[in-house]
Design a protein around this ligand. Structure first.
Ligand SMILES: [Zn+2]
Length: 343
């Protein structure tokens, strides 16, 4: 492939041709000089499958290493997809932050960064910043739809959902919600006013792509139903875009469709009032009311100190529940979602 100015600027090298028909299974080689390996690289798995002239979709997983469903679902899709059945281009990165994925951690063990806070990156920056710069400058300009699959990580468990940012254009909101109903997780959560400009999802939006993420699962384990939702969701998106033939299967166990929810502002978050051991009263999806008991903070190091009751700030349903037991003052112990309304 001819080297564009951007390829030259990036320190990452690879043997992919993003315009070549067929299936390419390869690696992005991120330079990582170290003791014993002056020209060492970290090889980030990537697959590009192309056929015909249809649209381009990006599927990313393992942006956080302690979220596993995406790593399984996207790897499996890359192995099984037949390029002869593809009209368009599918770019797949099943383990974006591979060092974090191998360590089972949210943060990258090489530079200590959260990859999903590194976009648009820096060609001369740290490991995550170099990789973010490549995705921002080389991949995102190609992409019409981006699905970044997350599953809440070690510290939280989520109601099985897709998520999307609130953007000011009502048509984009509607079309993105249609995409979430195509992905067909049980819930979709629309975010308002969250500072997420450095995420993969925000990078896709900057490039004019339809952009969704997910939070399917959590607690640092692999949920079988979440793997199935991810696999069906990715297949559905390919069918919806016309990249593969077929009709999306969007059925839900209750016979309905994806429930449109929202997390409007900071009142949706239950912050820990002090350090302690949190005993929650709730699980994901549970309906709750403002003022109800959310749980107790226990202070096991002080016999005389009674557990501190904590109340829910607003009505709604539990979107995120805590997984860590111990919390620090200011940590999020729950996030509450409400039925979506656009006024
Ligand atoms: Zn994540």
């Amino acid at each position: 492939m001819a080297k564009s100015a951007e390829t030259f600027k990036s320190r990452i090298f690879h043997d992919l041709d993003f315009d070549k028909p067929g299936k390419q299974i390869s690696y992005l080689r991120v330079p990582q000089s170290r003791d014993g390996g002056a020209w060492s690289t970290v090889e980030i798995p990537i697959a590009v499958v192309k056929g015909g002239k249809g649209p381009t979709v990006l599927f990313t997983g393992g942006v956080h290493g302690d979220e596993y469903e995406s790593q399984i679902a996207i790897s499996r899709l890359a192995r099984r997809i037949d390029p002869g059945s593809v009209n368009g281009k599918i770019i797949m990165l099943p383990a974006v932050d591979l060092p974090a994925a191998l360590a089972g951690r949210r943060m990258c063990p090489i530079d200590g960064r959260d990859f999903n806070r590194c976009m648009p990156g820096d060609a001369r920056g740290s490991f995550c910043e170099m990789l973010a710069h490549f995705i921002e400058s080389m991949i995102m300009p190609q992409v019409e739809v981006s699905v970044d699959v997350h599953s809440a990580g070690n510290s939280m468990e989520a109601a099985l959902c897709s998520i999307m940012h609130w953007v000011d254009d009502p048509k984009t909101i509607k079309r993105t919600q249609t995409l979430t109903e195509t992905f067909a997780a049980p819930y979709n959560v629309v975010f308002w006013g969250v500072d997420e400009t450095a995420t993969v999802a925000a990078s896709a939006e900057r490039h004019g792509a339809l952009s969704i993420s997910t939070e399917i699962g959590g607690y640092g384990r692999v949920r079988p139903d979440a793997v199935r939702i991810a696999e069906r969701g990715l297949d559905n998106v390919l069918k919806w875009m016309g990249i593969v033939e077929g009709k999306p299967d969007t059925t839900q166990p209750d016979g309905g469709q994806t429930r449109q929810m929202m997390v409007r502002d900071q009142r949706s978050y239950l912050f820990a009032p002090s350090d302690g051991l949190f005993e929650p009263t709730f699980v994901p999806e549970q309906q709750i009311k403002a003022g109800e008991l959310a749980g107790y903070l226990h202070f096991v190091e002080e016999w005389a100190r009674l557990p501190q009751p904590v109340e829910f700030p607003i009505d709604g349903y539990i979107w995120m529940a805590p997984g860590s037991g111990r919390v620090k003052k200011g940590d999020v112990m729950a996030v509450i979602m409400q039925e979506f309304t656009d006024n």
